[in-house]
Design a protein around this ligand. Structure first.
Ligand code: DGY
Length: 348
């Protein structure tokens, strides 16, 4: 699909993206916009090389694509100066290779913070209250009347929520769980960020002044402390060499037998084979997963586990956020072409 065929700058989007604002922004700045409408979900390196062709000023790509040495070399040969990943995570992008070929890299932080945190909260609740199991039970026509033991789950109020990685999304999630469900909080982050501390302190004061039960909170000195103490644990680290299989057989064994583990970050943060085994051995342990180790696949056995809620990498999938991500992604490419500042973490 081609917009503004006579535009001076050739910008490619490897996928159709929501809304039209991003297209208009590019057109207004004299770009020819080419959108790849290829049906297959994941484009290969070869597919993208042929999209880039001989002349391309910038590409908007997706987290499913492998942006390494080969693609940055091809983009640079075609005169390209910018690559924008339509995602906040950019573990699919080799930023060193991009630098080597003089291509600027952008990502889309900020616009997806609350939407992603809301999905982590939804998975926490769905796991705690066994919503998916109960839904399947109803649809199967198995409900034949109220029973005291039917789908008994966990009350979140007064329990402890644990957050690993208290950046933008982890902090937003923590706020939702503390404020919305009056959970106590324990969190661990490698970086010293005061944003969460400021919130919990102020919120504690607010509860006190209303004569309400305070919530307790703690910044843990190790990840293990969170794993041992929390009833619901949500993972929000970036994926890199240090966080690959952060959750493995040993760390799973550290958690409470009835804990809930939520992952809306990246699949390889969890050793999924070890997780399936743990779910089998511990039927009261539950997970809510948005991401998987080898997407789009799941490790054998996971789909059969009743104690797992599984959704297809949709944490940022609200209309507002996806349109915002598309807009930011377009602005990043435009920024480089036109010399405006580029938005995103990857070029800090
Ligand atoms: C991201 O942005 O990194 C998410 O995984 C998809 O929105």
């Amino acid at each position: 699909e081609v917009w503004n065929p006579n535009g001076k700058y050739r910008v490619i989007s490897t996928k159709p993206m929501p809304g039209t604002r991003w297209i208009n922004l590019l057109i207004e700045q004299d770009c020819r916009v080419e959108i790849c409408t290829e049906k297959k979900t994941i484009l290969s390196v070869e597919d993208i090389i042929s999209l880039i062709g001989n002349k391309c000023d910038g590409v908007i790509g997706q987290l499913t694509e492998d942006w390494g040495e080969t693609l940055f070399a091809a983009l640079s040969r075609a005169g390209g100066k910018a690559f924008s990943n339509m995602a906040v995570g950019y573990n699919n992008v080799d930023v060193n290779a991009a630098n080597k070929y003089g291509v600027a890299v952008g990502n889309t932080p900020g616009v997806l913070t609350e939407t992603t945190a809301e999905l982590a909260a939804s998975l926490s609740l769905a796991a705690a209250r066994r919503i998916v199991e109960a839904d399947e039970f109803m649809r199967a026509g198995l409900y034949d009347g109220w029973l005291p033991h039917l789908f008994v789950g966990n009350l979140l109020k007064g329990q402890t929520v644990g957050v690993i990685g208290a950046g933008r999304i982890g902090s937003a999630y923590a706020r939702m769980m503390v404020e919305g469900f009056k959970m106590n909080l324990i969190y661990y982050d490698l970086y010293q960020s005061t944003r969460l501390e400021k919130f919990v302190t102020a919120y504690g004061e607010f509860l006190k002044s209303n004569g309400e039960q305070p919530v307790h909170w703690k910044r843990a000195s190790s990840m293990d402390e969170v794993l041992r103490q929390a009833d619901v644990i949500s993972l929000h680290p970036v994926l890199d060499k240090t966080t690959y299989h952060l959750i493995n057989k040993e760390s799973l064994a550290t958690m409470k037998k009835e804990a809930i583990l939520v992952n809306c970050s990246r699949g390889p943060v969890i050793d999924e084979v070890a997780l399936v085994e743990h779910l089998k051995q511990n039927p009261m342990f539950r997970v809510g997963l948005d991401v998987f180790e080898d997407e789009p696949f799941m490790k054998p056995g996971l789909a059969e586990m009743k104690n797992a809620v599984i959704v297809p990498h949709i944490a940022s999938a609200s209309k507002w956020t996806r349109e915002g991500m598309a807009t930011l992604a377009a602005l990043n490419v435009l920024g480089k072409i036109k010399g405006y500042p580029i938005w995103g973490d990857s070029n800090r």
